[in-house]
Ligand binder design. Structure first.
Ligand SMILES: Cc1cc2nc3c(=O)[nH]c(=O)nc-3n(C[C@H](O)[C@H](O)[C@H](O)COP(=O)(O)OP(=O)(O)OC[C@H]3O[C@@H](n4cnc5c(N)ncnc54)[C@H](O)[C@@H]3O)c2cc1C
Length: 470
């Protein structure tokens, strides 16, 4: 059997190689370290954790990343097994001894008879005779390979920096304060004239907001990120505010063409607009609000915006070095490059964010490639599961927009906003009406129970494990 080539032995590539090999498919894993390093990795171990040692919450009932842990465990994940084996105390989170964790992943892959590890940089597109390749080279993909991907896919296909505006859950926006309206009621192509949620500010609220923005602590660029460009037309909002107190009111917060539906005779002094981010309509992004404020400060400052006092954020803003594809446009439903299906992508380079998410996309890529090599079917996981929701975000759920400024598709951690909504139970087991936090907990539980059942059925139908050692 011809091998599947996996390029990059990080979180995604290691998991993909494992899933292939345990199904009897030979793998050549190409990892450039230690021959060539990255700006963040420090060792030559596979699956090195470049920063925090936390896999975040391990709560599979109330937390979307905890649910992803559970699905990975169901899928026999090497990354999760190694994390569980090298866990260190961290409350409700799963944190690991990073050296023990990476050493365990490396040892398992080195020991597998079907996996060959080649320490080399793949410095261009893979040769045509590699008929099945998984590219899992991460946010710091080597420049030679990035350049080759860029040339093969086109200008807007690969970004080298993210420019992230916060995204929040629709059901946490106060619609008694905010209203739906497009500027000048323009329907535009495919719109209704009521496509944005508008959050109004009077002069005093605007002045206080600008003061808070300017005073708030900003995250520092890492040394090797210092050349991060500020794109034309999409400066971080705090930089705009520092350039002049009125700049935002003439930029992303301009009030023109908008009438407060709740108070039609009061002209807002400034308006923050929210725009639908995913096809499900569960997530909205803050238009033009790219920011490098520290995360805690973002919560404080953005909750000053009328209507967002109780906002729940699915993603906070940021600006980092980050190589990632315009995946919703370029990849098909099983992560293959539409223009060259022999190339499949996995991990953070596809536009997910985080260790666990990267490993999950690697897991799915491995399963899809194994099924293809063995001539068997492997449909994507249902969108009700955490893996399916994440895959949906990458390959289609996000609403792509072609506009000046940063690309609309930006990296995202897994979160409940990516899942199809579910009817929350109205009462508890004793028939008492559920309210507030109890209602939210009951809704999350219903969502995660649905996911666990659907994932169990899906994984049972994927290509069976053929590894005699297991
Ligand atoms: C500085 C930094 C800090 C981060 N901190 C966190 C954090 O604290 N928590 C979190 O959850 N996520 C964090 N992330 C985000 C992300 O989850 C991790 O980067 C994660 O490791 C991504 O997994 P991956 O497999 O896609 O890429 P990686 O784990 O980076 O693996 C990619 C591998 O490909 C190799 N490679 C690259 N180019 C080539 C090539 N041409 N040929 C051969 N091999 C190649 C690299 O050496 C690397 O081993 C951070 C990212 C960065 C850049």
């Amino acid at each position: 059997m011809q091998p599947v080539h996996v390029i990059g032995g990080g979180l995604a590539g290691s998991e993909a190689a494992w899933q292939l090999a345990r199904r009897g498919v030979p793998v050549v894993l190409h990892e450039m370290r230690p021959v060539r390093g990255t700006d963040a990795h420090k060792t030559q171990d596979l699956a090195e954790l470049v920063c925090s040692n936390s896999f975040r919450s391990d709560d599979a009932e109330q937390n979307a990343v905890g649910l992803l842990h559970a699905e990975l465990r169901d899928a026999g994940s090497l990354i999760m097994a190694s994390a569980d084996a090298h866990q260190v105390p961290a409350g409700g989170a799963l944190a690991v001894d990073r050296d023990g964790f990476a050493a365990a992943v490396t040892a398992a892959l080195e020991a597998h008879p079907l996996i060959t590890i080649q320490r080399e940089e793949i410095a261009g597109l893979p040769p045509e005779d590699w008929d099945s390749v998984i590219v899992a080279t991460g946010p710091l993909t080597s420049p030679a390979l990035s350049q080759a991907i860029l040339e093969a896919t086109g200008e807007d296909a690969l970004a080298f920096f993210d420019a992230i505006a916060p995204i929040l859950h629709f059901d946490s926006v106060d619609l008694d304060t905010c209203w739906f309206q497009s500027r000048y009621d323009k329907p535009g192509p495919g719109g209704s004239g009521k496509d944005y949620i508008n959050c109004p500010m009077d002069k005093a609220q605007y002045e206080a907001f600008i003061d808070a923005l300017i005073a708030a602590p900003k995250a520092e660029f890492k040394e090797w990120e210092e050349n991060t460009p500020y794109f034309d037309g999409c400066l971080p909002i705090e930089v705009m505010a520092e350039r002049g107190r009125e700049t935002l009111r003439h930029g992303p917060m301009k009030p023109m063409g908008l009438t407060n539906a709740h108070k039609p005779d009061q002209k807002p002094y400034a308006v923050v607009q929210l725009r639908q981010d995913n096809a499900l309509g569960t997530l909205y992004n803050m238009v033009g609000f790219q920011t490098k404020l520290k995360h805690g400060a973002q919560l404080e400052v953005f909750r000053m915006i009328p209507g967002l006092e109780d906002a729940v954020f699915a993603r906070l803003g940021g600006l980092h070095r980050n190589t990632f594809l315009n995946s919703p446009k370029l990849l098909d439903g099983t992560l293959r490059l539409k223009s060259r299906p022999a190339l499949r992508f996995a991990g953070q380079v596809t536009g997910c964010e985080g260790y666990v998410e990267s490993a999950s996309v690697g897991c799915m890529a491995g399963l899809f490639a194994a099924a293809e090599r063995l001539g068997e079917a492997c449909p994507p996981p249902p969108e009700t599961t955490a893996m399916g929701a994440l895959l949906g975000h990458i390959t289609g759920g996000h609403i792509l927009r072609d506009e000046p400024g940063p690309r609309s598709f930006q990296p995202m951690n897994v979160n409940f906003g990516l899942f199809p909504p579910i009817e929350a139970p109205k009462t508890d087991e004793d028939g008492r009406r559920l309210k507030g936090k109890d209602k939210t907990r009951a809704k999350k539980l219903a969502m995660t129970r649905r996911a666990r059942a659907d994932f169990g059925r899906w994984i049972a139908g994927t290509v069976p494990v053929r590894d005699a050692a297991e």
